[in-house]
Each structure stands twice: as C-alpha cells, then as structure tokens.
Design a protein around this ligand. Structure first.
Ligand code: SF4
Ligand code: SF4
Length: 458
C-alpha cells in the first residue's frame, strides 16, 4: 500500500483520534494538554492512538469482514477517471499520482542549514511557499504528544525504520514531539459545484483529485524544508488534532473539520513534522460548537445513522462529537459499483458554501456575536440555510461527460473514455430538475431518537 491513509479525510480517517489506544512510552500526560479550541477539548487523561488500530489498518488485516476487505484490495473501478484518481480503484496503481508521489524516494537534507534569525518572517515565508505550491489553507501547530500516533508507527524520515539496522529505536510520541516541535498543516478544497453531486462519481472525483494534489503539495513543502537544511517527518501526526491546534478549522458534529473559507469541503492530509523554527498558530472559533448544538443537518441526512443527534461525549480524555466510523466506513463496500465516497454530511453542512461575500459576512456575524447570544444568530442562519439551500440539497450537476441526473448503474464502459454515450447508465431523472440522489434513506431513526431524548428529559 503506497498511499498514506492519513491523507484521506472522510470520517473513518478523521476519526482516528478516538481509536483504540495502546499507551506510550514515558508519560506524555506530564505536559499540559494542548488547546484544540472549543469544538474538541482534552478534559482528562489520554493515551496516544495506536496507528495499528485505525480503520484502514484494521481493514487491511481483514478484521472488518470480507466486503470491506475486498473493497480495499480487490476492486477496479469501471470509470477510467476513477482508476486514475485513487490507487484502490485503479487497475494499475502506477497510473495514480498518489502512488507515484507516495512511493517516490525522499531527498537528502542540505548539510548547509540556513540561519534563522527571524522565525516570524520564516513562518510567513513557509506559508507563502505552501500557498504558491497550491495549498488553500495553511497553519502551524505546536506539536504535543497527544497529536501523534503511538510508537507503533515509524515516521518516514528514514531514521527510525525497521531497516535502519543499528539506528535509533522507534520513538515514543513524547520523543517525537520533542524532536519535531512544529507541524505544518496544509489543506486543499474540493470543488464546490462538484461536491453537490455527493454519492456520485462527480463528487468522488472532487474528493480524490484534490487529495492527490494535496499529497503533491505536502511532498513539495517537505522537499523545500530539506533544502533549507532542516528535518521533516510524516506518517506520524494525527490529522485532526494537529489541524485543530494549527487553526485550520473546528470539528463539526459530522466528525469532519470545518474551515473558515471552505467549510467541510477540505482535505487534511498527513501533516509535516519539522524542527524548522516556526511560530505556531492557535485554534480558531468560527462558531462551529454553537452551530452544531442547534443544527444536526448532517445527522438528519446521514444514510447510515453514523452521526450522533446527541451531545458530545468524552472518549480517551477528549470531549467531542463521536461518530460511528464503522457504519460510515462499511457503506463503501456496498456502493462501490456506483460511487465511492458518500460526502452527504459535507455537502449539507451550512458551512459548506461557495466562498462568497455573503458567506464571509455570515461567519463574521457569528464570530462577533457574544457566546451567550450565539444560539440566536445560529437559529437565524440555519433558518436561512434551510430556506435557500433546502434541508437535503439535491442539485443536478453536469461535469465533463458526467451527469448526476443520470442513474449510475454498473455497466460496461465504452472503451477508453467510458463516460461517453451515456456510460453512466440510463434513466435520466423523469422530472429533469434534481440530480440523481442515490436512493438511500435519510437517518431512519431520527424521529425515534428525538422521542427517546424527550422521554429521557421528562
Ligand atoms: S453522511 Fe454519514 S455515511 Fe455519509 S460520509 Fe457522512 S457520516 Fe459517512
Ligand atoms: S451540518 Fe450542522 S450539525 Fe452537522 S457539522 Fe455542519 S453545522 Fe454541525
């Protein structure tokens, strides 16, 4: 497997912070807990997440059953663009950018380290470089052991691999945090129009190609830092807590990061750990905590009931909304003949809107509202969102030869280009108004859940 799974950002991947833990060497709880903002708080003792217990790793060992195992290892997408987008969908992994970049050997470190006299200027410079390479959002986190995987995972800096012979042992999270005090978090946004076709190949392509771009940008930035004479490591930091600390966004009820400019339609990727002297950013507050308390739009529309209607819980010392990653993940095996990534919760989230002046105004209004009055502002914004965008957005999207108004049936593709001559199937939407919305139910238990809650609160 060449692609680093941390670079994926659908729920099972972002959920890694709450997977089984195996402790760590030393006592990382000695350090004060990092500030992750209002949406996720460390409120008690925690243990480093064991990377071997994350969803994809479990699946690779066959622990999640045959359908998911086969989804991961034994499939080839019908759609040629999908085969180019993502190694697991490809017929030949070398036809995907992610495999090529992930498998490329790492370059050496310039022995002539640059002298850093002004870390603020250097931080701004690195951010400018990352944006120039194509990142849409950039942030720097001060690394804390709680953000790192436990010692079951080797950083890819070449110093601690099992093949390094007499080299140093695998580092604990505390040791790695000391060695690499900063993490650079980058993000690419998925195309807004394309992800309106959630549960469709069009949405898949928005997701996977921006993921591939992000991996390339990370590789570019890591290479640049090595050329400055400093060390980098990837494959070690958990994307979600690192991104929260770096101020990339806040975590929503749907378990995804919500950024200020792009809402949920962003990738997090695999943060770069480095010893480059940088200045860390801090968490942001764009009102996600207040919004999610009222909204529940993602929970209502989730086809697998994976998103909670209830309040946050404390898991492994972390207070957050806890999604059921397993039910979300299992869906992939059953829909892979039609599309790959669900994305419904991302698309329906009121924060996921085009980056326009009115969106900026709404966020500024929310940010400026004092905390005690925010629920009023949220209710007004939610009302507007439902009125203008609908409670379950179903928009027909036409992109290249694809049309989300056409049922995506499993069918032999037409030669190399596939999508031509109605390659996605037949049966256009009879009304010709809405996009084809894969016929799965919305949250089937939502009324029962509300009733149960009312009973409990009596
Ligand atoms: S809507 Fe539900 S099933 Fe779909 S990606 Fe989100 S959590 Fe997973
Ligand atoms: S849809 Fe609503 S509840 Fe879900 S993450 Fe977005 S703001 Fe929060």
């Amino acid at each position: 497997m060449v692609i680093k799974e941390e670079e994926r950002t659908s729920q099972p991947d972002q959920e890694q912070a709450t997977q089984k833990t195996n402790g760590d060497q030393g006592d990382p709880n000695d350090k004060p807990a990092p500030n992750l903002g209002r949406s996720v708080r460390i409120v008690g003792p925690w243990k480093s997440v064991d990377a071997a217990e994350t969803p994809h790793e479990k699946n690779k060992r066959g622990e999640l059953g045959k359908p998911l195992f086969n989804w991961y290892f034994n499939r080839t997408a019908d759609d040629p663009l999908a085969r180019t987008a993502f190694p697991q969908s490809s017929a030949d992994k070398r036809n995907t950018l992610q495999s090529v970049v992930g498998g490329a050997p790492k370059g050496g470190i310039n022995p002539e380290k640059i002298d850093v006299t002004d870390p603020v200027a250097l931080t701004n410079h690195i951010k400018r470089v990352a944006r120039y390479f194509g990142a849409n959002v950039v942030g720097i986190a001060a690394v804390h052991p709680s953000m790192l995987y436990s010692g079951s995972r080797y950083p890819d800096d070449g110093t601690m691999s099992p093949d390094s012979g007499g080299g140093p042992k695998r580092s604990s999270a505390a040791e790695a945090a000391e060695k690499y005090p900063h993490a650079i978090c980058l993000s690419t946004a998925w195309d807004y129009q394309m992800i309106q076709a959630h549960r469709h190949h069009i949405g898949d392509h928005a997701y996977h190609f921006s993921q591939a771009r992000l991996q390339l940008i990370y590789a570019n930035v890591a290479a640049y830092i090595r050329e400055l004479g400093y060390e980098v490591a990837q494959n070690r930091a958990q994307p979600m807590p690192t991104a929260l600390a770096a101020g990339i966004g806040e975590m929503g009820r749907h378990g995804m990061l919500i950024s200020e400019k792009f809402g949920s339609r962003i990738h997090l990727g695999d943060p770069i750990l480095t010893n480059l002297p940088l200045i860390a950013d801090g968490p942001i507050d764009i009102g996600v905590t207040d919004f999610c308390k009222v909204c529940r739009k993602c929970a209502t529309t989730c086809p697998t009931n994976s998103i909670t209607m209830e309040d946050k819980v404390v898991h492994n010392g972390v207070e957050k909304y806890k999604i059921n990653w397993e039910t979300c993940y299992r869906l992939r095996a059953y829909v892979m003949d039609f599309w790959e990534i669900c994305l419904t919760c991302v698309t329906v989230c009121p924060y996921t809107k085009p980056n326009t002046w009115w969106r900026t105004m709404a966020i500024v209004a929310l940010k400026k509202t004092p905390l005690r009055l925010r629920s009023l502002t949220v209710r007004a914004l939610k009302f507007l969102d439902d009125m203008v965008w609908g409670t379950v957005p179903k928009k027909r999207v036409k992109w290249m030869n694809y049309d989300s108004g056409i049922v995506p049936v499993k069918k032999q593709r037409n030669g190399a280009t596939g999508a031509e001559t109605n390659g996605h199937g037949e049966a256009p939407d009879p009304k010709g108004k809405v996009g084809y919305y894969y016929p799965m139910k919305e949250n089937t238990r939502r009324f029962e859940i509300l009733k149960e809650r009312a009973e409990r609160n009596k």
